[in-house]
Design a protein around this ligand. Structure first.
Ligand SMILES: NC(=O)c1ccc[n+]([C@@H]2O[C@H](COP(=O)([O-])OP(=O)(O)OC[C@H]3O[C@@H](n4cnc5c(N)ncnc54)[C@H](OP(=O)(O)O)[C@@H]3O)[C@@H](O)[C@H]2O)c1
Length: 258
């Protein structure tokens, strides 16, 4: 436990489970006040309650990032309760799996509405508030987009997902450039495979087991394997880091057999 984020207000999208719930707990343990958002309000309320009982400042809010128009009002509500937002963890995402020949328009749109449009307009809403509140000018303003190794490599059966995560990587770079002078840092983390609701069914299958055997370390990552990068990008140590994508994958995408 540290205190390097004391005084900061962090918003985590998709905080009802998986990586997002872990990020929220971790940011709170580092001293940030945390707003947990997701579609399943009961889940984020339970985690916010748990954090509050531990003495952290935390709140829960229902937010469907596919409804882009609802993001800015939700962030206003968070500021009214916790104070100026200085950190956004743009984590909400869906797997969007399916072979390209079978992909439906509805599933493709859902994947991009959440993984791309949701990330884009959450970043926009947060950046506008960071500029208005002075968090940007102070140098505290950090946006961390959760991409994926899938944005950098071809994964058959995940064309829509890979495309959406490649978009996250590029949006990160352009936003970082647009907002560099005003003091907002925008970076992305591209995790490898971590067991969560997005892939647990896959790793139960023969294909999933075979994929696991091809990883050099023959294991899935743990959520906490991302803590060091998250803290670096969200906290004071990341002052000069903007426009970067950090692939953290336990070597899972390193070429070569054995
Ligand atoms: N696990 C991995 O191996 C891995 C690897 C690379 C990247 N990632 C990325 O990490 C992020 C988190 O994934 P995860 O593995 O933790 O998956 P997960 O366990 O399925 O969690 C996904 C989270 O996103 C939320 N979400 C989905 N659609 C949403 C929407 N429309 N609005 C708001 N929240 C929404 C879900 O909450 P609600 O259903 O309550 O809304 C849930 O909290 C994703 O962006 C994913 O692409 C994961």
């Amino acid at each position: 436990m540290g205190a390097s984020l004391r005084g900061q207000v962090a918003v985590v999208s998709g905080a009802s489970g998986g990586l997002g719930a872990h990020f929220a707990r971790f940011l709170a343990s580092e001293g940030a006040a945390v707003a947990l958002t997701a579609r399943r309000l009961d889940k984020v309320e339970a985690i916010a309650g748990e954090l509050a009982r531990q003495g952290h400042r935390a709140m829960a809010l229902r937010l469907d990032v596919a409804d882009a128009a609802s993001i800015a009002p939700a962030f206003d509500e968070i500021e009214a309760v916790l104070g100026p937002i200085s950190i956004l963890i743009n984590n909400a995402g869906v797997g969007g799996d399916g072979m390209a020949l079978d992909m439906t328009i509805e599933k493709f749109d859902e994947t991009f509405d959440i993984n791309v449009r949701g990330v884009y307009f959450a970043a926009q809403a947060a950046a506008r508030l960071m500029l208005k509140s002075g968090a940007a000018e102070r140098g505290d303003a950090r946006i961390v987009n959760i991409g994926s190794v899938a944005g950098q490599t071809n994964l058959p059966g995940l064309s829509a997902y890979c495309g959406s995560k490649a978009a996250v990587a590029m949006m990160t770079r352009v936003m970082a450039r647009e907002w560099a002078r005003s003091g907002i840092s925008v970076n992305a983390i591209g995790p490898g495979y971590i067991l969560s609701g997005i892939n647990d069914e896959w790793f139960e299958t023969e294909g999933g087991a075979a994929q696991l055997k091809r990883f050099p370390r023959r294991r899935l990552m743990q959520e906490s394997d991302l803590d060091a990068a998250l803290l670096m990008l969200a906290g004071p140590a990341g002052r000069a880091i903007t426009g970067s994508l950090f692939i953290i994958d336990d070597g899972q995408t390193l070429p070569g057999g054995g």
